[in-house]
Design a protein around this ligand. Structure first.
Ligand code: ATP
Length: 363
């Protein structure tokens, strides 16, 4: 198994505390996502003017882009308390009933990974969202009775990395849906500037650009890399972090200039050097790098495909010319992508970035 990587690992408790301290508290401090921010600001302002709780909000997008942060901001902006739970923690309708029945008026309920809630809980949520009411079932079998229970008005903020997995009736009950996009390098520089100020770190503009460029479009990763650069600077007695210092620190942690970590690079190296650029099946590729196919598919592949370094075709994975040049290798003349308009170039676009096609079935 791969060791935890800086770009993919879970936070330690202490790290989580620092991460929490870096969270923006108000919409104005939230960097990027201009469209979602504008729309959300309108939703909140309108509900304030009406003197009503805000409409239910669904936030979708990849991990680490700010869904939890936005839920906290919504509660803060509405001056309302916040309750946090998650889909996997709600396996029975009773779990949800317990949470809903203890909400106070106007409270914001944040349900992370809402697509992983059980079906009975989900059905209970429909009525709660629409009518602020639930039916509590008492007893079993023929003697079971449903006791209606009125709930105080509340705002549900649901977060999901897989909006497509949400059943239509649940999706339709949200008054506003915001889809979070990956951040540009410039936006990540702003996130990092704010974090550096909070951590009392001196970083040059080029230093910020260096860290931002390695952060995979994700604020959580940007902040995590900044903390590792901070450690490096402390140990090396570096008072001001410039591009060279940031680069040296992140090279040491094996995060390269494009944000690839060790696993990403070993997948690309195997694909380009052992298999001549592919096509190669997922399981063969996984054996070549000593990993489980699932790890290669879920941890390394999404970013490699998104970056245009790897393609998925019906005949297997292929390396793009960009992958060869990123590794400093010449593209072999017989590489699948070498000839423009080749069958691979065409089919790879079918399964390229943004495709929902299940890569597993392509192996
Ligand atoms: N737009 C932003 N501006 C500044 N900092 C941000 C922004 N978005 C996220 N962050 C920072 O990134 C970290 C991760 O954000 P958050 O936990 O909200 O992501 P998430 O989308 O909920 O991820 P997950 O789904 O994995 O829980 C936070 O600590 C926060 O400091």
């Amino acid at each position: 198994m791969a060791e935890p990587s800086l770009v993919a690992s879970q936070e330690e408790p202490e790290e989580r505390a620092v991460e929490a301290a870096l969270r923006p508290k108000f919409l104005d401090e939230f960097v990027g996502q201009a469209r979602v921010r504008r729309q959300l600001s309108l939703v909140l302002e309108a509900s304030r003017l009406r003197g009503r709780t805000a409409d239910h909000v669904l936030l979708s997008g990849p991990p680490g882009l700010g869904k939890t942060t936005l839920a906290m901001i919504i509660a803060g902006e509405m001056n309302a308390p916040l309750r946090i739970s998650s889909g996997p923690a709600i396996q029975h309708a009773g779990d949800l009933a317990a949470i809903l029945s203890s909400l106070s008026e106007g409270e914001v309920l944040f349900l992370d990974e809402i697509h992983r809630m059980s079906r009975p809980a989900e059905e209970m949520l429909y009525m709660a969202m629409e009518d602020f009411r639930v039916d509590i079932v008492v007893g079993k079998g023929a003697g079971a009775t449903a006791i209606p229970l009125d709930l105080p008005p509340f705002t549900l903020v649901g977060a999901t990395t897989r909006a497509g997995l949400l059943p239509g009736p649940l999706r339709d009950r949200f008054g506003f849906t915001g889809h979070l996009e990956f951040y540009s390098v410039e936006e990540l520089e702003l996130v990092l500037r704010r974090s550096a100020a909070l951590l009392d770190l001196r970083v040059t503009s080029a230093g910020f650009t260096e860290v931002a460029g390695r952060s995979r479009g994700t604020p959580r990763i940007a902040n995590r890399l900044l903390r590792r650069v901070r450690d490096w600077a402390l140990v090396h007695g570096t008072e001001q972090i410039d591009a060279r210092a940031a680069g040296a620190a992140l090279d040491m942690y094996e995060v390269d200039a494009r944000g690839l970590d060790r696993l990403d690079r070993s997948v690309l190296i195997a694909l380009t050097t052992k298999f001549g650029g592919g096509p190669v099946g997922l399981s063969t590729l996984a054996i070549a790098v000593g990993e489980e196919p699932e790890t290669v598919e879920t941890v390394a592949e999404p970013y490699l495909v998104r970056e245009g370094l790897m393609g998925r075709t019906p005949r297997g994975r292929i390396a793009t010319p960009l992958a060869f040049s990123h590794l400093g290798l010449a593209v072999p003349p017989d590489a699948p992508f070498a000839a423009a308009g080749s069958e691979f170039a065409e089919s790879a676009t079918l399964f390229g970035p943004g495709s929902d096609e299940d890569a597993g079935s392509l192996d």
